[in-house]
Write a protein that binds this ligand. Sequence first.
Ligand SMILES: C[S@@+](CC[C@H](N)C(=O)[O-])C[C@H]1O[C@@H](n2cnc3c(N)ncnc32)[C@H](O)[C@@H]1O
Length: 382
Amino acid sequence: MIYKPREDSRLLAKQVRKHAFGLVLDIGTGSAIQALEAAKKKNIKKVIAVDIQKEVIEHCKKNINNKKISFLESDLFSKINKKFNTIIFNPPYLPEDLRLKDLTLDGGKKGYEVIERFLNDVNNYLKPNGIILTVFSSLTKKDKIDGFIEKNLLKYKELDKKHIFFEDLYVYQIKKSELLKKLEKKIKDINYFTKGHRGILFTGNYKNKKIVVKAKLPESKAVGRIQNEIKYLRILNKKNIGPRLLFYNKDFLVYEFVEGSFIVDYIKDNDKNKIIKVLKNVFNQLYIIDKLMVDKEEMHHPLKHVIIGKKITLLDAKKSKISGISKTAKAVLIDFERCHKTKKPKNVTQFGDFISSRYVSSILKNKKIKINKKRMIELAKT
Ligand SMILES: C[S@@+](CC[C@H](N)C(=O)[O-])C[C@H]1O[C@@H](n2cnc3c(N)ncnc32)[C@H](O)[C@@H]1O
């Protein structure tokens, strides 16, 4: 089915006329209204227009003869391998109506799935100073779209808004954030990973290694957390504690991704010997942090703060004074943003409390491990 231009098409075309430049990609071209509008501009030499529907592409190829435009069948970027100055997308954005399977309108179950997929991928196809021009309806949920934009390190400007019948239409210009542009100079394949209370995390590829980027959440009021984490990672990395810090600046830090499982999952999935080795290893690291008179905090509930890595190199094991390391698993403590100097560090005791808590001790009991907290704490020092 070919989408007959409507109010959304016209609103978007108006902004294409004003803002489009350079090499252009028109996704979901339909009647090709946006591609044709872009091709009229002198500063545009080439437009690639794609649509998921074969019927649309066949129709356009047959009926539109414009030397600047080439048509291609593609599900979003699946057949695209270039970067563009302008990417235009008037997406299908209505919640799926099961009675009516119409690709021109169905944006997925909730209406925003296609736009979400588009925003998750678009960075790889947009030049550093490129722009995205898109339109969507209030029926698609504006806050969802704004969230997808933020989590992909993009930023937007509302270029137009129009109320029609029972919905509002929004036209957005979306660009790469300054942070993304900085990161992309060094890191490839940047993808949203997770969001904490204070920071937002991304994974990426740096020199063929998987890495984590941690940046401050724009809305977080916490001051200096990133700087604090950098300061303590630098100190603790020297003792082979924490994920290896690779580089940083005032807005973000980048460290090696730790492949592995969270501590409780590890305990559930492994045998007594391995668990004891790992627990001893964690205690050892915490003892070293205690001796530095630093409190990491949160060790009484470190469910997501200790990752048991899949492997450790012999070199790491030798460099480290930490005992209890096996060649198959090493505990890596993460999240040092709340670290601070103290006269009475509590890392070891907090972790002791954690493993003797009812929840963890019952899992350990299933593995035939009985916890003697005092003995554990003693062992940490050896
Ligand atoms: C709302 S229409 C917009 C048509 C035209 N660009 C306009 O502005 O009037 C959405 C278009 O996106 C296409 N489409 C839907 N899902 C797509 C996808 N995953 N990849 C590429 N095109 C898609 C549909 O076939 C349809 O032609």
